[in-house]
Design a protein around this ligand. Structure first.
Ligand code: GSH
Length: 216
């Protein structure tokens, strides 16, 4: 019997949510462990995540402690998705999954995250900086749209939902909610909107967003 995996981070923010969605989709038992902001960048948490951010996991089934949401997702899929429900073992699909995950980690997360920082937390209002990150959000959404158009597919890789589709959910759900309010991205990018809505309607995704999503 699989013992519950500890996830550091209760949700509320996108990177823990990515991992929570993956855990739920894989049907894995888990328990969340809250770490207060002031405790992130010191021991004992830095021994769990040297970068002092959320999420991290401890898996008592394998004695593995891991940080960085992308690495955690790959670990969960490699360890627990033996039937390949959310992944591919064939080439080039398995490599394309890595490309898209790298794009999520480097091209979506940080830009969307910086947009949120400069809109809501930075002590000065810097319109040109906000514009720069909002334009980057628009560019990233355009990348999906052109990909779906070019490939004629409904999901990023192959013909089924994979871990990379799931990884884009938390930040994409913030676009119209708070990141670029006056942008009708659904009309401009209908294939991306349909993809996002399909992902959002998955029972596991709904459950995690309801129970752990941002409370705004
Ligand atoms: N690249 C990291 C980013 C982690 C990250 O930025 N986490 C945010 C929450 S979504 C955090 O811990 N923020 C608190 C802080 O930076 O002190 C990952 O994907 O795990």
């Amino acid at each position: 019997m699989t013992k519950p995996i500890t996830i550091y981070g209760k949700g509320g923010t996108p990177n823990p949510l990515k991992v929570l969605i993956m855990l739920e989709e894989l049907g894995l038992p888990f328990e969340t462990k809250e770490v207060q902001n002031e405790d992130l960048k010191k021991e004992p948490y830095e021994s769990v995540n040297p970068n002092g951010r959320l999420p991290a996991i401890f898996d008592p089934n394998t004695d593995v402690t891991l940080f960085e949401s992308g690495a955690i997702i790959e670990y969960l899929v490699e360890t627990y998705d033996k039937e390949g429900k959310f992944t591919y073992t064939t080439s080039p699909e398995k490599y394309l999954l890595k490309s898209w995950l790298a794009f999520q980690i480097s091209g979506q997360g940080p830009y969307f995250g910086q947009a949120a920082w400069f809109m809501f937390f930075h002590p000065e209002k810097l319109p040109s900086v906000i514009e720069r990150y909002q334009n980057e959000i628009k560019r990233v959404i355009g990348v999906f749209e052109r990909h779906f158009k070019r490939k004629g597919t409904e999901y990023l890789v192959g013909d089924k939902v994979t871990y990379v589709d799931l990884a884009f959910i938390p930040w994409n759900s913030g676009i119209s909610g708070f990141l670029v309010k006056d942008w009708d991205w659904r009309s401009e990018h209908p294939l991306t909107a349909a993809w996002h809505e399909k992902l959002m309607s998955r029972p596991a995704v709904k459950k995690i967003l309801e129970e752990h999503g941002p409370k705004v």
